[in-house]
Design a protein around this ligand. Structure first.
Ligand code: BG6
Length: 460
């Protein structure tokens, strides 16, 4: 057992699970504009055209079925659920003075149901979900108007739900902005200076994060608030010094963001890049002071795989979460080519804890795989093997002394894949009967991994 009792649970996100994309006053979100099939996440999409299928529009219908789904969570024994609120349900156009009462009630009921089942809510405020109206009007996070709109949203959430929700995460995987800026509405396609747009957007998000932390701490009520990166250790393919330096440098893409979140200051190496690229950023001293004064209470990260890297352009390639790299010959891969590395999780946790000395959360970890249903039975031993090995690594890290507040595997239900839009890339403990074209009964079927997870939690 670690310094604090780690909560064991699972995760979901609103845009990938809820559906009901235009019900009860919800506005369009940027994720609702991305069609199924051959998706290009490096560009932004216009409003849905009626010709394509949009997977988030119905997703797995968690919006309507949350009661029955939370009953399943309780049956599984989940101690916590990490999920996200849909910003565009509360503020359909992003700029209303008051939130949509139907959204407020929906999440009131959902949180009350979780609490009634003794499942601790961990809420992400923005997970790939931004009102499309804001993106159309202002471009994206590079525009400071976004800060004002987000703060109205985050302040409302903290004031209204803070008595019941103790753990908050402002932003999902902030380093996603570097690789898929359009998924965070960053207007790289609206400018001839995309690097400047990204760096400005990142600063604006960090500033919005710091102000939200200040608001949370002013409210008190025992709220703990953090933010999230996607951290994958990057190994040099060999001990060639150039490869070691390259790996170190690539890791800084995520760590520079975590440095600001935890230490309140951009690292010198980041400032050097800004200078060398002559990026013109709007960062006031007051904003930098706010970053310094409002570090996160905990750092959250996803962990799916590790990556390797080589300076040789001819090195064999591998895919990964957010970004890929070189093939690591010592690791097997998922069907989507992500390199499975349980020991990398122990490494990641130790590395982050040594560096930051604050509590951590692993808020995503899981295996995307094609499941086969035979007579309503899903024998997903591959997922059990993945989770078992990663839980072992997690426990080892805890024994190493790493303070881990929560582990929420990805995901409780199958849901729409963020990168591919597929339903067939399934992560859930519970199968949802929907296919890549949106056909199916939406029936829930407990997989073998559901029962495995149930016994893990019960026998802790
Ligand atoms: C993370 C995201 O990057 O990875 C999730 O926060 C996403 O939203 C998860 O679903 C798995 O990625 P994918 O592309 O396989 O769904």
């Amino acid at each position: 057992m670690g310094k604090t009792k780690m909560l064991l649970g699972a995760a979901l996100s609103a845009s990938q699970s809820e559906g009901a994309y235009d019900e009860d006053g919800k506005g369009l979100s940027i994720s609702d504009t991305v069609p199924a099939g051959r998706r290009d996440l490096t560009r932004r999409y216009p409003k849905p055209d009626g010709k394509h299928y949009y997977p988030t529009h119905q997703a797995v219908d968690f919006y309507h079925r949350y009661q029955e789904d939370i009953d399943l969570m309780a049956e599984c024994g989940l101690e916590c659920l990490r999920f996200s609120f849909a910003w565009s349900r509360f503020f359909p156009q992003g700029e209303e003075m008051q939130p949509n009462p139907l959204a407020v009630k929906h999440y009131d009921d959902l949180i009350d149901k979780l609490l009634a089942e003794k499942i601790v809510p961990i809420v992400t405020m923005s997970h790939l979900e931004i009102p499309q109206a804001l993106a159309e009007k202002y471009g994206g996070w590079e525009n400071k108007e976004f800060i004002r709109c987000f703060l109205r949203y985050s302040q409302f959430l903290l004031e209204h739900y803070g008595d019941r929700v103790k753990y908050w995460i402002t932003f999902n995987e902030m380093n996603m902005l570097l690789y898929f800026p359009c998924t965070l509405a960053v207007g790289v396609d609206l400018t001839d200076k995309p690097e400047e747009a990204k760096a400005q957007a990142l600063h604006n998000m960090l500033y919005a994060n710091a102000q939200t932390i200040a608001a949370a701490h002013a409210i008190g009520k025992g709220i703990q608030i953090g933010a999230m990166i996607a951290y994958s250790p990057i190994y040099p393919v060999d001990c060639r010094p150039e490869n070691i330096m390259l790996a170190y440098d690539l890791e800084r893409n995520a760590l520079s963001i975590a440095d600001v979140l935890v230490r309140g200051k951009y690292p010198d190496t980041y400032e050097r890049k800004i200078d060398e690229q002559a990026l013109q950023l709007e960062r006031t001293q007051a904003e930098l002071d706010t970053l310094a004064q409002n570090p996160v209470d905990f750092l959250a990260t996803s962990y799916y795989c590790s990556n390797a890297t080589s300076i040789e352009a001819t090195a064999e390639k591998s895919a990964g979460n957010l970004f890929g790299g070189a093939r690591n010959p010592f690791l097997k891969t998922s069907e989507w080519g992500w390199q499975i590395d349980p020991q990398g999780l122990r490494y990641a946790l130790n590395y982050l804890y040594d560096r930051y000395q604050i509590p951590l959360m692993i808020v995503e970890n899981g295996l995307g795989a094609r499941d086969v249903v035979t007579n309503d039975i899903i024998e997903d031993d591959y997922r059990i093997a993945y989770l078992e090995a990663h839980l072992h690594a997690l426990n080892e890290a805890e024994k190493d002394g790493v303070e881990i507040l929560a582990y929420t595997m990805w995901s409780f239900l199958d849901q729409v894949s963020a990168s591919s839009g597929q339903m067939s890339k399934r992560y859930g403990l519970v199968y949802c009967d929907v296919d890549d074209n949106g056909s199916g009964t939406f029936k829930r079927i407990k997989k073998k991994s559901f029962y495995w997870m149930q016994s893990q939690i019960k026998n802790r």
